[in-house]
Structures are given as structure tokens and as C-alpha cells.
Write a protein that binds this ligand. Structure first.
Ligand SMILES: Cc1cc2nc3c(=O)[nH]c(=O)nc-3n(C[C@H](O)[C@H](O)[C@H](O)COP(=O)(O)OP(=O)(O)OC[C@H]3O[C@@H](n4cnc5c(N)ncnc54)[C@H](O)[C@@H]3O)c2cc1C
Length: 414
């Protein structure tokens, strides 16, 4: 019977431990928190976006951080396999907009509790509140050290997560263990993270969300990326779905590219001419009004002074005194409201850590280290990261499954 040590009880570690135990291995799962799946409990704004209903190819394309590395893991255990397992265990699920899959109950805590019960049922020996301090080898045995003592195993699966949301336990310990075992850890960067702006005006608009806008990032006059959807002003800059998505593009640039310009097209559905015609209609309607009062059909009230200022129009000007050139400047501003992005919020606030244990040094079929046999890695500790939409949890579950199978000696090594 195989003796397996698993370090970290997040999505990856839980799935690895369960899988190995179901294959008959003796499994000890070490977790520094007093519960399993603490981060899972806060995912999807407390609803846990478990996975996505899309195809495997879409999973890969939504994973800018080494998506292709995941092919083998997804072949062994994909979204349907995950949902079948969870459904068989009594968790009802539902599919929402964009293929996002949630528990029917909208409760991440339900998922966490279910997985805890399954770990107990499978006979996994849970070592809660027992942080692992070191991982090394003594002869053929892997030895880990915790404050309570030393444990030996035939193999060890490291699933300690990334660096984001350290209050959930992911404080980067796995990188230290991996380096000690001779692994390369690629640069760690925040991904899916809000941006900080140089300008302070977004602070005053904190809480204002804009729908159906396009946000694009520019460097030296060159467009780097653009997304359409929703964004939000905050007390430090900008956030919301399109900003988070842009941050993932930034995380995958080789060099630091801050500062950058963010341009917000507030009316992306209209051409320049259509927008100009629309403004002229509004100005006709509010002909005796001041500019600030003539824009209320076009923009949220709080944004009007900002747009007028960027366009160089005094908000107190009467609309019939606004020149054609000024109106054209207004069109330009509405289609490219500019902000200087100076950086991101700290990595601790990222949804996911980009970078990690180099996937070049890990067998994609088994998740076993190529540097140090009998050591396996799974989940966010690896240099993999995806967009929002359930892709990150699925990657953790799938790599955890592959590692659990391999460590238990049941993987297909052909
Ligand atoms: C706010 C937020 C919302 C998110 N929402 C979603 C979502 O809805 N859908 C989605 O797909 N992804 C989401 N993600 C991303 C997703 O949660 C992670 O990618 C995923 O949890 C990674 O799983 P993991 O098992 O690799 O790591 P983690 O879940 O971070 O688990 C690692 C575990 O290892 C433990 N550990 C660390 N070091 C040690 C040690 N030395 N000894 C013992 N234990 C240790 C930690 O305490 C932790 O429990 C979200 C992330 C955040 C921060």
C-alpha cells in the first residue's frame, strides 16, 4: 500500500488526497488552517464558481498561464468528470451566464463541507492546524516536518496554492519547498487584480460601475488589449470584469510595462459620426441648459464633470455656445476617456498568482517532478493561471486528480 503525504487542503490537495485514498493509498493531508478549503469558501463571492461548462479547448484558451500544460490532466479529469463526482455525492449544480457552474444552493460553504465529509469517508488522515515546515528526502523516503513531528512517505504531493489572499493560508510555502528540492520558480505576479491610477478623480467616483463600455490598454501609442463589458471606479483606481481581464494580459507580459494608459470608450456601440449626431440631438433638446445638464441622457451624473474637463469644456458653458471643435473633442473624450495606470494592487489582493513552479520541470500527465521523483505538484503552486469563470478551480481539481492517481500508482504512464 502506498503512503502519501499531501501538503495543503485547497481544491488541488483535497482532490489529490481523495483520489489517492480511493485508489487504496494511505493518505495524510496536512493543512495549516483548522478547516479544509478555506479559500474555496470565499470563491465566486461566496457562491463558488466550481468550473465552466465549456469545451476542453476553451478551457485551454481561457488559461493564459500555460493552458496547454493542462491537456493531459483534463483528459484524465475534466469539467464533466468533476460535476459527475459532485452530483453523485449529492451536490446539485447549475450553469449560469458564460457557462459558469455554481452549486444550486449558491453556497461555497456547502462545497467545502461536502469535501470535508468525503475526505473523512475516504479515510484520509487529516492533520488540521499542522503547517508543514520543510520537505526533504531520507534515502528513498520523503520526510516532512511539522511542529508536531516528522512524517515519512513514499511520495509527497505539494498543493500549497499561490501568494494571493494569504489569510486563507496560501503564503507561498510550496515555492520554498520546491526551490529546496531543486526546482525553478518563475516570477510571481498578481493576475486578475484591480489597477491603481495616477489620477485621483476615480477615487471620487468610487462605487460607480459602468456597463457596456470598452477598456483598452495602450503603451507608446500601441493598443495592447481591449475588452468590452463592465468596469468599476474604486478608492484607488479601477476594477470590475474588464479591468481584471486586462490585468491578466499585463501579468503575462515579459517585462513590467507600467505606466500604461487605459482608455475607456463610454459609447463603443456608436461610430464617431453616430455619437456626434447623438450629442447634437441632446444639445438641441437642452439648448438653453449648461453643458453639465445637457449630458444627463448620455452619462451617469457623477461622470459628467470629468468628461467635460477632459474635453476642455467648462461645465457651466451654455450648450448653444459650444463650438463644433469642442463638440468633436467631446466625442473623442467619450470614446477614449484616459487614465494612467501606475500598477496593480498588491499580489495579496489578486484572485490568482501568475508564475510558480516551472511546468517544464513537471510531467504534465502525472504532475510528478522531473527534478525530484516521488514529489508531485498540483494547483496554483504551479506556473498556471486562468481567467475568471471557473477555470482556476477546475485546473486545481484536475491537476490534483492527476497527481493523486499517479502517486497512488494508477496513472497511465504510456
Ligand atoms: C477571492 C477569490 C475568489 C475566487 N473565486 C474563484 C471562482 O469562483 N472560481 C475559480 O475557478 N477560481 C476562483 N478563485 C481562484 C481559486 O480559488 C484558486 O485558483 C484555487 O483555490 C487554487 O487551489 P489550490 O488548491 O491550488 O490552492 P489553495 O486553495 O490556495 O489551497 C492551498 C492550501 O494549502 C494550505 N497550505 C499552504 N501552505 C501550507 C503549509 N506549509 N502547510 C500546510 N498547509 C499549507 C493553505 O492553508 C491552503 O488551504 C478565486 C480566488 C480568490 C482569491
Amino acid at each position: 500500500m502506498k503512503d502519501i503525504l499531501v501538503i495543503g487542503a485547497g481544491a488541488a490537495g483535497i482532490m489529490a488526497a481523495l483520489t489517492a485514498a480511493e485508489q487504496g493509498a494511505v493518505v495524510r493531508l496536512f493543512e495549516k488552517n483548522n478547516i479544509v478549503g478555506k479559500k474555496m469558501g470565499i470563491t465566486g463571492k461566496g457562491r463558488c464558481n466550481l468550473t465552466n461548462a465549456c469545451s476542453m479547448n476553451e478551457f485551454i484558451s481561457h488559461t493564459p498561464g500555460h493552458g496547454k500544460f493542462l491537456y493531459s490532466a483534463y483528459e484524465q479529469f475534466n469539467n464533466q468528470d468533476l460535476l459527475k463526482k459532485l452530483n453523485d455525492w449529492g451536490l446539485a449544480t447549475k450553469v449560469e451566464r458564460g457557462g459558469r457552474v455554481f452549486p444550486q444552493s449558491d453556497s461555497a460553504i456547502e462545497v467545502r463541507k461536502l469535501l470535508y465529509r468525503k475526505l473523512c469517508d475516504a479515510g484520509v488522515q487529516l492533520h488540521l492546524e499542522e503547517p508543514v515546515k520543510s520537505v526533504c528526502f531520507q534515502g528513498d523516503a520523503v520526510v516532512i516536518q511539522t511542529p508536531s513531528g516528522m512524517y515519512e512517505g513514499e511520495s509527497c504531493i505539494i498543493t500549497t496554492g499561490g501568494l494571493s489572499y494569504p489569510v486563507t493560508g496560501s503564503t507561498g510555502d510550496g515555492y520554498k519547498f520546491a526551490r529546496g528540492l531543486g526546482h525553478t520558480v518563475t516570477e510571481l505576479k498578481p493576475s486578475i487584480i484591480p489597477f491603481v491610477t495616477k489620477e485621483t478623480w476615480p477615487h471620487g467616483l468610487s462605487g460607480l460601475s459602468l456597463r457596456n463600455v470598452e477598456g483598452s490598454l495602450w503603451k507608446h501609442g500601441k493598443k495592447m488589449a481591449a475588452y468590452f463589458g463592465e468596469m468599476l471606479f474604486t478608492h484607488f483606481g479601477v476594477s470590475g470584469p474588464i479591468i481584471l481581464r486586462l490585468s491578466s494580459d499585463v501579468a503575462h507580459k515579459k517585462k513590467c510595462i507600467f505606466p500604461m494608459q487605459l482608455r475607456i470608450n463610454l459609447k463603443p456601440a456608436l461610430t464617431r459620426e453616430q455619437l456626434d449626431a447623438r450629442i447634437q440631438r441632446d444639445f438641441q433638446k437642452y439648448i438653453r441648459k449648461e453643458a453639465e445638464n445637457a449630458m444627463k441622457d448620455l452619462l451617469p451624473q457623477r461622470l459628467i464633470p470629468i468628461v467635460l474637463e477632459q474635453a476642455g469644456i467648462d461645465e457651466k458653458s451654455l450648450v448653444n455656445q459650444i463650438s463644433k471643435e469642442q463638440r468633436h473633442d467631446l466625442v473623442d473624450t467619450l470614446q477614449a476617456l484616459a487614465l494612467t495606470i501606475t500598477g496593480t494592487r498588491p499580489i495579496e489582493e489578486a484572485i490568482v498568482t501568475a508564475g510558480g513552479i516551472s511546468v517544464k520541470e513537471v510531467n504534465p500527465k502525472t504532475m510528478e517532478s522531473k527534478v525530484c521523483p516521488h514529489v508531485y505538484f498540483a494547483g496554483e503552486v504551479l506556473d498556471i493561471d486562468a481567467f475568471t469563470g471557473g477555470y482556476n478551480l477546475q485546473a486545481a481539481f484536475s491537476t490534483g486528480y492527476a497527481a493523486g492517481m499517479a502517486a497512488a500508482g494508477k496513472e497511465d504512464r504510456t
